[in-house]
Unconditional design. Structure first.
Length: 273
């Protein structure tokens, strides 16, 4: 995904509880520099202490949001839609000028497959069962063919991280993988020797970028409002721009639920609503 108009009012951090913002390791895999930059940018913009809470799975993040253990989260369009009755959008990151991304189907660089059908019978790496790009896209493509991952692939695994999907394919642990195209492209810039051992076999249509969300019944809380304002103003501050550069993102933009209609269509195909 001016400063004066969007920035949250500065408050005394000592008088406010720490704001807990959840992340999963599916983006750039616990990169300490990225995490520190995002934490610093949000803390300065919100005027209070920020704790970035990391969890292994989207299911854990969704649970923490719903039970109030965290105040907001960067999640995926799939779990957002799974809990759309309880969650609301704070904004969507903009990548290469649009709040959109694709799922990539990848294989080893020397693999002769040119489409999904060419990977039948091989081993496959998914990211997370609640990931759009790391599971839903491929599973729904297979459903349209009357197949399931269990029947189509000889074996499949969940790596719980898109970088780990790339590692699995690059290292020969699996023949193919389903990966976030944004992460694959970002990794190509910082770890070309890793992505260079893989190739993109197919790309999905453009879909809504993984959003920032909070519980709907907490949207009017001052801290949640401040978080939304801080996210939308990241490109207006020095620290915010530094975090965005590390994340290979342009900005965070307001968005509507309709941005995720394409993902909703795939959920319906899979019958996983």
């Amino acid at each position: 995904m001016g400063a004066a108009a969007l920035a949250a009012p500065c408050v005394n951090a000592q008088t406010q509880a720490t704001f807990r913002f959840a992340l999963t390791p599916v983006f750039l895999d616990n990169d300490a520099e990225v995490i520190a930059a995002l934490q610093s940018a949000l803390a300065v913009a919100m005027g209070q202490d920020i704790e970035l809470v990391q969890r292994r799975t989207y299911q854990e993040i969704s649970g923490a949001l719903l039970d109030g253990s965290v105040d907001a989260a960067w999640t995926c369009g799939y779990p957002y839609l799974q809990h759309r009755a309880e969650l609301s959008l704070l904004g969507a990151p903009v990548w290469n000028g649009k709040p959109l991304y694709q799922s990539y189907l990848i294989a080893g660089v020397d693999d002769d497959a040119t489409d999904l059908d060419g990977l039948k019978g091989g081993t496959h790496a998914f990211s997370d069962p609640d990931s759009n790009s790391g599971y839903l896209v491929t599973a729904s493509d297979l459903a349209r063919l009357g197949e399931t991952p269990e029947r189509f692939f000889s074996r499949s695994i969940f790596t719980f991280g898109h970088r780990n999907v790339v590692r699995a394919v690059a290292g020969g642990l699996t023949r193919s993988g389903s990966v976030d195209g944004y992460v694959w492209e970002a990794l190509s810039a910082v770890e070309p020797n890793l992505t260079g051992r893989t190739k993109v076999v197919a790309k999905s249509e453009w879909l809504g970028f993984p959003p920032f969300v909070a519980r709907s019944d907490r949207l009017q809380e001052p801290a949640v409002t401040a978080c939304a304002s801080a996210l939308l103003a990241l490109d207006q501050t020095e620290k915010g721009r530094a975090a965005l550069r590390l994340l290979h993102l342009d900005e965070v933009t307001p968005c509507e639920p309709s941005l995720y209609d394409g993902i909703a269509t795939r959920i319906a195909v899979l019958g996983a609503d």
